[in-house]
Design a protein around this ligand. Structure first.
Ligand code: ME8
Length: 512
């Protein structure tokens, strides 16, 4: 059986879930549900990044112990993901004991191999990013993203990242799907044209105590990124002999797809991959960096830059399924995209209330009126019907191909095209007129419409699980089944077709 392992970044617990973290998590959930629909065995890991200075400072601000602060913040994430209908398999917390032990085992291993060494560090450090910078990397005395930096001198431990520079370049060049999209791959290769330095992977406890202790020097904790990145592998059993079969299955044989925002491409494509090379473990299958959700000033939506939209507010405005649909449909995966309530409402009204919703209400109403609420028979023997049957027959495989190449917005376009075609077909064949003179022809039109709706419901179910289950139910169908999305004529003549309330009522936001 084919398998699929997808991860999101582990989110910092210094902040509540927001539109950006919701975006990454919804997209991972959608991709994961698609692969499950295709019949694959899937694994979906998300979670929280709980160590480091940011978390320690956030806890201090609240006058809480760091662990209590983390436990509290984790509740917000779990609750938000539940509200957004996200079905993860693993909620990973970097403060879990098994992870700490596994990270220490990796540190010990690299220390013994000589890939970690001790040295005195002198340079610039950015607290808010938890990243060291060389003089050259600073821009106007600040980090490249404009954050404050401070000068520090201290003994530390370093990972010989430089040693893996060439093997990493080779790997990227030999594996075209390793870093996606192409623009991000070029960015990483550009970064690797400069000599790669070594990575400081320790913090003295005098400066930061909230972290995983370095096993060979108890006065230090591990750099938060060294700890957090390892989650993707420790989450499936890395450095845990009792879980070696799981590690073999998910890490070595399946290979992870890491979904991240483009802000953290270097830590993933360079730090993480060289760490894995040193640890002798295979690299992930794909690192996909999506773009940023922008605010109305076209800046990345983040707490430090003005307005942040609470995903749960949008959810209450349009409903969870419609919100998920917007994120998948309107944002070409990998690109930046603007976000506002108006954009969401506009898209929902066009695609869901009008296109899909009208097709359903028109066909269900007419079936109610002229066919006693029972599916009419579809003859399918005229050219117009044959054309639409042909289009419907191709849709499932087009959707699958686009999901597999991580292009979910394009996948949805195929379904939208089918629904558009079905509406046009209904318009042209006008069963509301035909019903009086040629019942069989009217029946054929309506049957064609509900078959298109059935296929669309299956193919949209990973994006809108609840609404599409409702739609299938109205068509007398049970669980979404991908094989049935490739078939025509599945709804038997005579099956009860329920009218119900509008599936996606039009959203009016006048005055907002
Ligand atoms: O970076 N648009 O955690 P984090 C799109 N703990 N995505 C956005 C976004 C926006 N405006 N804002 C945030 C960390 N994101 C580390 C990761 S992984 C081992 C450690 C998303 O809480 C995007 O996925 O800052 C980004 O990568 C992530 O949130 C950063 O989350």
């Amino acid at each position: 059986m084919k398998r699929f392992y997808i991860t999101t970044p582990l989110y910092y617990v210094n902040d509540k879930p927001h539109i950006g973290t919701a975006y990454s998590t919804v997209m991972a959930d959608v991709l994961n549900r698609y692969h499950r629909l295709f019949g694959e065995e899937t694994l979906f890991l998300t979670g929280t990044d709980e160590h480091g200075q940011k978390c320690q400072q956030a806890a201090e601000k609240r006058q809480m112990a760091p662990q209590a602060h983390c436990d509290d913040m984790v509740k917000n994430f779990k609750a938000a993901w539940q509200e957004l209908d996200i079905k993860y398999d693993i909620f990973f917390r970097t403060t879990d004991d098994f992870h700490k032990k596994a990270v220490q085992a990796v540190l010990d291993d690299l220390w013994q191999k000589g890939d970690i060494y001790e040295d005195t560090y002198e340079g610039w450090y950015c607290v808010s990013e938890e990243i060291f910078y060389t003089e050259k990397e600073l821009v106007d005395g600040k980090s490249p993203t404009g954050k404050e930096v401070q000068r520090i001198t201290e003994k530390n431990y370093f990972f010989k990242m430089s040693k893996y520079q060439q093997p990493l370049i080779d790997h990227i060049e030999q594996h075209p799907n390793f870093i996606k999209p192409e623009s991000r791959k070029n960015e990483v290769l550009g970064f690797l044209r400069q000599p790669l330095g070594d990575l400081c992977i320790s913090r003295p406890k005098t400066r930061l105590s909230w972290g995983i202790e370095i096993p060979f020097d108890r006065d230090y904790v591990t750099y938060v990124w060294f700890d957090a990145l390892l989650n993707y592998a420790t989450g499936v059993g890395f450095q845990q002999p009792a879980r070696s079969a799981e590690f073999q299955k998910w890490w070595k044989e399946t290979g992870a797809v890491h979904l991240i925002g483009k802000d953290i491409i270097t830590t993933h494509a360079v730090y993480w991959t060289t760490m894995l090379m040193a640890a002798g473990a295979p690299l992930p299958k794909t690192i996909f960096a999506h773009g940023w959700i922008l605010n109305k000033d076209n800046a990345k939506m983040s707490k430090s830059v003005g307005e942040v939209i609470n995903p749960l507010d949008i959810k209450s405005l349009v409903g969870v399924d419609a919100f998920r649909y917007f994120l998948v449909r309107d944002i070409h995966f990998g690109n930046d995209a603007p976000f506002s309530k108006d954009l969401v409402v506009g898209r929902i009204n066009t695609d869901l209330a009008n296109n899909l919703g009208n097709l359903l209400s028109r066909s269900a109403n007419l079936i109610g009126k002229y066919f006693d609420g029972k599916a009419p028979a579809g003859s399918g023997d005229d050219p117009a019907t044959r054309k639409i049957i042909h289009l419907a027959g191709e849709t499932a495989s087009k959707v699958q191909a686009d999901i597999e190449r991580l292009a979910p917005s394009y996948a949805l376009e195929h379904v939208v095209a089918l629904l558009n075609e079905a509406n046009r077909f209904l318009e042209e064949t006008a069963p509301w007129k035909k019903a009086k003179e040629d019942v069989a022809a009217a029946g054929n039109s309506l049957y064609t419409a509900i078959e298109c709706l059935r296929i669309a419901a299956i193919l949209l179910s990973p994006v809108m699980p609840t609404k599409m289950a409702d739609l299938l139910d109205r068509l007398g169908q049970s669980q979404p089944n991908f094989e049935l999305a490739k078939k025509w004529g599945v709804i038997p003549a005579g099956a009860a077709i329920a009218k119900g309330d509008p599936l996606f009522p039009r959203i009016e936001t006048a005055g907002e």
